[in-house]
Design a protein around this ligand. Structure first.
Ligand SMILES: Nc1ncnc2c1ncn2[C@@H]1O[C@H](COP(=O)(O)OP(=O)(O)OP(=O)(O)O)[C@@H](O)[C@H]1O
Ligand SMILES: [Mg+2]
Length: 279
């Protein structure tokens, strides 16, 4: 534990993507000359301890592919991936387990992350069992901590995900992502499948968690206004490449790339209309 704290205070990135490319073969093209999609093109990115990075860009620009490389779901075609200084590009099964303890993902649609036939209690127990965390009593204690951490009532433990509202389901998915005390959370459009009325609550929950627990966070959105208030740094992607990055205020106040200017010109966020107007 002390090792973890020491490492997280150091200047070593939690995640370091070093010149990553991801290429997909499409179904079009011929067998010997398939057409290729360059989903991610020479992306270099460091996520530092306690830092929140917002990745923005329009649909298809490679945000999710970058996120999947960051959490180990997708192998890069070229380039290297480091977790806390360890090269995990060609990872073994054991390294994959370790990755699961360093970074967790929260997806757009909580239903995909949860098993519809398992009550919430068992969904939260599952990662603790897989990683052999604590004794049975300690695991029950951790489950109770997790529900209160994400602001769910204890009664939610005994129901199926389908019996909860969309916002509550996303809270369960966040609790599950938090269960192993990760160093970083990657949230890929965590609010865009939710009703507008609960989006701000989920954003606030994620912001509170990162502040209170000193988490690093990678927050992905196609809407630059959504990431504006929670990001320390903003990375703008277009066509698989990073076209601009910098401190959030700088990217908003003095955008350099024409694409960033175009994104900023788009409709202001529904979540922060007042702040949007004053800018
Ligand atoms: N498994 C795959 N096979 C083939 N092409 C893929 C695959 N996954 C993604 N792509 C392509 O790679 C590009 C980047 O996709 P990606 O999902 O990373 O974009 P995104 O920025 O997350 O978009 P969105 O905002 O719609 O979620 C797209 O052109 C997409 O069609
Ligand atoms: Mg995506």
């Amino acid at each position: 534990m002390s090792e973890k704290t020491a490492a997280s205070r150091g200047s070593e990135p939690i995640i370091f993507l070093d010149d990553i490319c991801v290429t997909f073969k499409t179904r079009t093209g011929s067998l010997f000359k398939p057409n290729l999609v360059h989903a991610v093109n020479h992306v270099t990115l460091k996520l530092m301890p306690g830092e929140t990075i917002g990745i923005v860009g329009e649909s298809g620009c490679g945000k999710s592919t970058t996120a999947n490389v960051m959490c180990g779901l997708q192998s890069p075609t070229s380039g290297k991936v480091f977790f806390k200084g360890v090269d995990v590009t060609k990872r073994t099964a054991e390294e994959r387990r370790q990755i699961g303890r360093v970074v967790s993902v929260v997806f757009q649609d909580p239903s995909t992350a949860l098993n519809p036939r398992m009550i919430v209690h068992d969904q939260l127990l599952d990662p603790l069992l897989v990683h052999e965390v604590g004794s049975p009593e300690e695991r029950e204690k951790r489950i109770r901590e997790l529900v209160s951490l994400v602001g769910l009532p204890k009664s939610a433990l005994n129901v199926l995900p389908g019996q909860l509202s969309g916002g509550q389901r996303q809270r369960v998915a966040i609790a599950r992502a938090m269960s192993l005390n990760p160093d970083a959370i990657i949230a890929d459009e965590p609010t865009s499948a939710l009703d507008v009325s609960v989006r701000a609550q989920i954003l606030n929950l994620l912001t509170d968690l990162k502040r209170d627990l000193g988490l690093s966070m990678m927050f992905i959105s196609h809407d630059i206004q959504t990431v504006r208030y929670i990001s320390d740094r903003i990375v703008v992607m277009n066509g698989g490449q990073i076209v601009e990055e910098g401190p959030a205020a700088q990217v908003f106040n003095e955008p350099k790339d024409p694409y960033t200017k175009m994104l900023l010109g788009a409709a202001p966020s529904l979540l922060h209309p007042k702040l949007g107007e004053s800018a």
